[in-house]
Design a protein around this ligand. Structure first.
Ligand SMILES: [Zn+2]
Length: 66
């Protein structure tokens, strides 16, 4: 594993828009799945968000795949 000074919090992943493996900045967001406010606090799910550093395309993936 090589690290470089200019690396962001990134991982090389496949970007469908680019059609390439590109550097992605990865973060985790809590998202509310329900549109109903009363349920919101029960339905927050962590999503892993990866943003392509080449084209800016964002992909998110639910982390709880149980
Ligand atoms: Zn891309």
């Amino acid at each position: 594993m090589a690290t470089t000074d200019d690396s962001v919090n990134g991982m090389t992943e496949h970007c469908e828009d680019c059609g390439l493996d590109t550097l992605h900045e990865v973060s985790v967001q809590l998202r509310t799945e329900s549109l109903k406010e009363e349920n919101a606090q029960f339905s927050r799910e962590p999503y892993r968000v990866a943003e392509c550093q080449r084209c800016g395309n964002r992909t998110s993936q639910r982390m709880n795949n149980a």
